[in-house]
Design a protein around this ligand. Structure first.
Ligand SMILES: C[S@@+](CC[C@H](N)C(=O)[O-])C[C@H]1O[C@@H](n2cnc3c(N)ncnc32)[C@H](O)[C@@H]1O
Length: 392
């Protein structure tokens, strides 16, 4: 299957199933799909959590109930980069945490041999750039917003005798187009949303020979309504919004049990307060309350409601039945989790759709493009690598 065919098949499937994922769980007091209600209601909270942490099990569980789902795993499967990690001396990996270092090792290995000067986009401290410089890249030019990260990166590179320089810039405001050249390998690892989109556009404008990127946080620095990059995706009937793009990032990372417990209380209390607010004001839609120090959730529900009411300029009557609304919150949490579970069936599909939009855009600009996974999901769920080169 070509990338365009894969995109079209995913696009059709996502469009025909949008009632299952293009929604906001907090908006509902009850499950919105009568056909799924019995199987969702029969799941224990533990079963919900188990299914949520195993994407293949999730596909299998819902396949009898959602038309076309049997093909989804195949449509989301990408080639795995065959990588052999290079070993690095200890001084190079100093200051890079374990999983991040393994992720970088796999990314560098998947990029293959370095023959061109590298432009490293949104580099942070330039860990990636240093590894590429160590791996024979003739030179590395790293662009980064935060001056102190540029300084630290430059200091490390100098100490380690690596051919690397930094430029501080806000790539969304400053004109950095002159940093892109033809004879270059432009690399962006986990540059968020508009940061990697602008990277791709500028690299294409400069006819940069080689482009490699692993996108992330597709919604950041962009308008709420998604603007497709490729002509093919522009013709799609899907209209994606931030809420949908965030779904692409919702792979479960198993939180330590204490964190998970606080999170459970937080969701129950927020939903309980929301039910209270609706009862008092007569409003029917969910209104979020700002995030707050987690210590609040080891106090009482009543105290949380007092805090939240103040934030929302809401006067709470004296005779509120807190226990009633707390129970409401607990029931709504169950509903919310089951709606999220159904939405999560589609999270990787949305991400692959977004990645293919980027890949097709690069093809449209004359590049030969491959899309692979470069590391295990456990190292990072944002493990997709788009590689593009201009044919000679
Ligand atoms: C998620 S980190 C990725 C860092 C590095 N590429 C990596 O994978 O380890 C994103 C980096 O982008 C930088 N950044 C954010 N907005 C930026 C902007 N407008 N211009 C340049 N860099 C930016 C941040 O400071 C941060 O260092």
């Amino acid at each position: 299957m070509t990338l365009a065919e894969q995109f079209t098949a995913l696009d059709d499937f996502l469009f025909s199933t949008r009632q299952y994922w293009q929604c906001t769980a907090f908006d509902y007091d009850e499950l919105p799909w009568p056909t799924l209600e019995p199987i969702l209601a029969a799941l224990t909270d533990e079963q919900v959590a188990e299914l949520d942490s195993d994407q293949d099990a999730l596909y299998r569980f819902f396949t009898p109930y959602i038309t076309g789902l049997e093909n989804l795993a195949g449509l989301c499967t990408l080639v795995t980069a065959q990588v052999k990690r290079t070993e690095y001396p200890f001084w190079l990996s100093n200051g890079i945490k374990g999983r991040k270092f393994e992720q970088l090792q796999d990314f560098v290995a998947a990029l293959g041999e370095q023959t061109k000067p590298v432009l490293e986009w949104c580099a942070g401290k330039g860990h990636l750039g240093r590894m590429l410089a160590f791996n024979q890249a003739p030179s590395v030019h790293s662009i980064e917003l935060q001056q102190h990260l540029c300084d630290q990166g430059q200091h490390s590179a100098q100490q380690q005798g690596l051919a690397m320089r930094f430029s501080q810039a806000d790539v969304l405001k400053d004109d950095v187009s002159n940093h892109f050249t033809q004879q270059q390998h432009a690399v962006a690892l986990h540059a968020c949303g508009a940061l990697h989109q602008s990277f791709m556009q500028q690299a294409c404008n400069a006819q940069t020979k080689q482009i490699s990127l692993s996108p992330c946080c597709y919604h950041l620095f962009t308008d709420d309504v998604y603007i497709a990059m490729s002509e093919r995706a522009k013709r799609s009937e899907l209209k994606l919004r931030h809420r949908d793009l965030k779904l692409a990032l919702q792979e479960t990372v198993t939180a330590p049990s204490r964190v998970a417990k606080v999170r459970k209380t937080e969701v129950e209390w927020r939903l309980g307060f929301d039910a209270m607010r609706k009862a008092i004001t007569g409003s029917t839609s969910y209104v979020s309350v700002p995030s707050v120090n987690k210590a609040v959730f080891s106090d009482s529900f009543k105290a949380f409601c007092a805090w939240a009411a103040e934030k929302k300029s809401l006067e709470l009557p004296q005779d509120i039945d807190y226990e009633y609304f707390l129970q409401k919150g607990k029931i709504r949490k169950k509903v919310t989790e089951r709606i999220e579970l159904v939405r999560h069936v589609f999270r990787r599909a949305i991400e692959v759709w977004l990645v293919l939009d980027r890949a097709l855009y690069l093809q449209q600009q004359g590049y030969q493009v491959t899309v692979k996974t470069f590391c295990e999901k456990q190292l990072t769920p944002r493990n997709i690598l788009i590689q593009a080169h201009l044919p000679l």
